[in-house]
Design a protein around this ligand. Sequence first.
Ligand SMILES: [Zn+2]
Length: 199
Amino acid sequence: MSLYPAALENLIRQLSRLPGIGPKTAERLALHLLRAPEEQCQALAAGITQMKTTIGLCSRCGGLSDQSLCRICRNPSRDHGVLCVVEQPADMVALEKSDAFKGCYHILHGALSPMDGVGPDQIRLKELFLRVGQEGVTEVVLATGTSLEGEATAAYIAEQLKDLDIKLTRIASGVPVGGDLKFIDQVTLKRAMETRHAF
Ligand SMILES: [Zn+2]
């Protein structure tokens, strides 16, 4: 039996589907929105709709973008010969915040995990190898996570590229084992980027 009117129950149900939001928090948020000014609620609803309709993936690096090429891929002052390979868009954002890297990125949208059915074809590896062949790349920085999957992905990429005349580096010191890039502080990430070593 629902205790609230249907529209409110529906909003509570939708909010509780978000990560980290349990039924109690969802109920509190919904009641907060019910009391909030009309324009705040409309701005929230419009923000969600606008995000879903305007944001896609950069056709080159796979980063989040509202244009066919993202801000970094469009920037002529970035070093387009150095590609930093990361697992997720949020990892790229974390590295950008560290301000330690002036090259371009390649976002895989995942890491190899055969146990979960994630093989080379399920992440953007083909696109990476194509870019390396076509874009005059001189260095590939392997900045996948230090989890088992991240390490396996870095090793796979290194193996595929080992016969090419490019520098292969792996971000290093300071990144905790099992760590996720987006949760690491900026100083640690900056150091990890600056002390990257040959793979
Ligand atoms: Zn891009």
